[in-house]
Design a protein around this ligand. Sequence first.
Ligand code: ZN
Length: 112
Amino acid sequence: MMIRIKESLGIAVLLIIAVGSMLVLHLAQQGTGIKAVIEVDGSVYKQVKLTENRTMHIELKNHHGVDIVVADGKVHVEHSTCPDGICEKMGEIGSPEETIVCLPNKVLIYVQ
Ligand SMILES: [Zn+2]
């Protein structure tokens, strides 16, 4: 009898841990109000939540373009027509202090 009580207690504890961690994960996902702000030529072009996976193509006045990808809570420049390609090499950003800059195209991406 004692063993059964211990077993069911163990299962109950496991269930509480499982449900608890699911709740925490759920709350954590809801709590991320983090968004990527894309500025073109000094003004805000678009704001995208990092939880929304999407690909954006920005058409610039100089007939150049920048492809920006939001995936798995991060944002990066997939392709850019700038000559140096530094923005592509900057890789993914996902924290508020990180930025991607494309000087030739006057594109600025930062996380807020
Ligand atoms: Zn660039």
